[in-house]
Design a binder for this molecule. Structure first.
Ligand code: IMP
Length: 425
C-alpha cells in the first residue's frame, strides 16, 4: 500500500471519515496532522452512534496505530471524553494504539471563552466555538501550552500563568470576567496524569515506520477552502488543511487524495458562489442530511463548483479525487454544475479563483446542465459498471479538474464504495 495523504477539497465535511476509514484497512499507521475538535465524524460501534472529533476515523480497525501530530491543537478534556466514550462502547484505545505528539498545542478553557465571546460579537466567523482559533493564535504568538508541558508540572504552571494573564487582558477588554489559574491547573494535572502514557515524539514514530516499510496514511481535517493560507480568508480555520500539512518529506508521499462531495456544502459564514437559497437549498440539505457533526448546524448547500475544485486541487497538490455522496443526486432530472465564474459582466479566465472574499461573494456562477440519473447505483461493483449518465458526470469532473477519480462513494455503507486502486498513487 502506498503512503497517502487524504484532505478535504471543499469547505470540510466532504466525507473524509468514510474514505479514511476504508484506506486505514490498507495502512499501518494513521496520522492526523492539523486542526482539533472542530472536526467531527460519526462512527457506529456495537450499534452505538459515537461522534469523534480528535480520535482518527479508522480507530475501529484492530492492529493499527494512530498518531495525533505536531500541527494539531488538542483539548485534553475533549480527548479524554472521546476515549471514555469509546471505552464505554467496549473499545479500549490504549497508549500503544494512540500516540499524541508532545509538540501538539493544547486548547485551554480561556481559548474556549475567547472564541465564544468573539462569536457573540459583530465580527463572528461562524466558528465551532471550540477555542481552536485562539489556541492557534497563542501558538503563533509563542505563548502556547504544548502537550509535552503536561509532563513537567513546574513549567506547566509557569507557562499557563503567563498565558492566562494575556488571555484575561483580552477577556477584560471585551467586558468578560477573568478566569482563575488554580482550577485550570487542577484540571490539567488530572488530565495530564491520564494522557502522559500517550505522549510521544511522533516524528520519530513516523520515520521508524517508514524505515520499516510500513504504510502511512495522513488524515487532514476540514478542507482546502478553509485553509489559513489558501482558503476563503478570513472565513477560514486557523490551520493547514491542504496536502502540504502532512509531516513527511514529499518524496515519501505517493498520492494526495482530495475528497469532494458530488455537490458542495459549507457551515459557518463566508462566500459560497453556488449556494442554493430557499427551497432548492432545503431540498439538497434534506436529501443529503446536511447537518454539522460537531455543532449540529444546518449546512449551506449548493451545486458542484468546478472553479473552486480546480483551485483546491492546485493548492493542495492533489493527485486524485474521491467523490462522495453521489447517490444524493440520484433521481434529479438535470444536474447543474458550475463550470466558470463571471465577475462584473466578464467571464473569469480558467484557473481564476478570486483571492478577496468580497469579490468571490459577487461572482455569478455559470452553469452547465448534465443529464440526471436514477437510483440504480447500488448494483455496480466497478466504476465502469455505473449507469451511462453517472459515468458522464464523473468523466466531466475528471476532464475539468484534470485529475482521475480514484474512489466513488454511493452510500453510507462501507461496501457502497468503488475504488480504482491504480489511481491511489
Ligand atoms: P474554527 O475552526 O472553529 O475556528 O471555525 C472556522 C471556520 O471553519 C468556520 O466557518 C467553521 O464552520 C469551519 N470549520 C471548522 N471545522 C470544520 C469542519 O470540520 N467541517 C466544516 N467546517 C469546519
Amino acid at each position: 500500500m502506498p503512503n497517502l495523504v487524504v484532505v478535504g477539497a471543499q469547505w470540510g465535511d466532504e466525507g473524509k471519515g468514510k474514505v479514511v476509514d476504508l484506506l486505514t484497512e490498507r495502512s499501518d499507521l494513521v496520522v492526523r496532522f492539523a486542526g482539533g475538535n472542530n472536526a467531527g465524524h460519526t462512527l457506529e460501534v456495537e450499534g452505538r452512534r459515537l461522534v469523534l472529533h480528535l480520535v482518527p476515523s479508522g480507530v475501529l480497525h484492530p492492529g493499527k496505530q494512530f498518531l495525533l501530530g505536531d500541527g494539531m491543537v488538542i483539548d485534553p478534556g475533549a480527548l479524554l471524553e472521546e476515549l471514555d466514550a469509546l471505552a464505554g462502547a467496549g473499545l479500549e484505545v490504549g497508549p500503544a494504539v494512540l500516540r499524541v505528539s508532545v509538540r501538539a498545542h493544547l486548547v485551554l478553557p480561556y481559548h474556549r471563552a475567547l472564541d465564544e465571546l468573539r462569536e457573540g460579537g459583530a465580527s463572528a466567523l461562524g466558528t465551532t466555538r471550540r477555542g481552536i482559533g485562539p489556541a492557534y493564535e497563542d501558538k503563533a504568538a509563542r505563548r502556547g501550552i504544548r502537550a509535552g508541558d503536561l509532563l513537567h508540572p513546574e513549567r506547566l504552571e509557569r507557562r499557563v500563568a503567563a498565558a492566562l494573564e494575556e488571555a484575561n487582558l483580552r477577556l477584560a477588554a471585551r467586558g468578560s470576567r477573568a478566569l482563575e489559574l488554580e482550577p485550570i491547573l487542577a484540571g490539567l494535572r488530572a488530565q495530564g496524569a491520564r494522557l502522559a502514557p500517550h505522549l510521544d515524539e511522533t516524528s520519530l514514530a513516523i520515520s521508524r515506520a517508514l524505515a520499516a516499510g510500513r504504510s502511512l496514511l495522513f488524515e487532514g481535517a476540514q478542507g482546502a477552502l478553509l485553509d489559513l493560507d489558501h482558503g476563503t480568508y478570513p472565513f477560514v480555520t486557523s490551520s493547514t488543511t491542504v496536502g502540504s500539512g502532512a509531516p513527511l518529506a514529499t518524496r515519501r508521499v505517493d498520492g494526495i487524495i482530495g475528497v469532494s462531495k458530488a455537490y458542495t456544502t459549507r457551515v459557518g459564514e463566508g462566500p459560497f458562489p453556488t449556494e442554493l437559497v430557499g427551497a432548492a437549498g432545503e431540498e439538497l440539505r434534506r436529501r443529503g442530511r446536511e447537518y454539522g457533526a460537531t455543532t449540529g448546524r444546518p449546512r449551506r448547500c449548493g451545486w458542484l463548483d468546478l472553479p473552486a475544485l480546480r483551485y483546491a486541487a492546485r493548492v493542495s497538490g492533489l493527485t486524485a479525487l474521491a467523490l462522495t455522496k453521489l447517490d444524493i443526486l440520484a433521481g434529479l432530472e438535470r444536474i447543474p454544475v458550475c463550470e466558470a465564474y463571471e465577475l462584473d459582466g466578464a467571464r473569469l479566465p480558467d484557473g481564476a479563483f478570486p483571492a478577496d472574499g468580497e469579490d468571490l461573494a459577487r461572482v455569478r456562477p455559470l452553469y452547465r446542465e448534465l443529464r440526471g440519473f436514477d437510483g440504480s447505483l447500488a448494483g455496480a461493483r466497478r466504476i465502469e459498471e455505473l449507469p451511462g449518465a453517472v459515468r458522464d458526470y464523473l468523466a466531466m469532473i475528471e476532464r475539468e479538474v484534470g485529475l482521475p477519480i480514484a474512489l466513488v462513494s454511493t452510500g453510507a455503507e462501507r461496501q457502497q464504495t468503488l475504488i480504482r486502486p491504480e489511481h491511489l498513487s
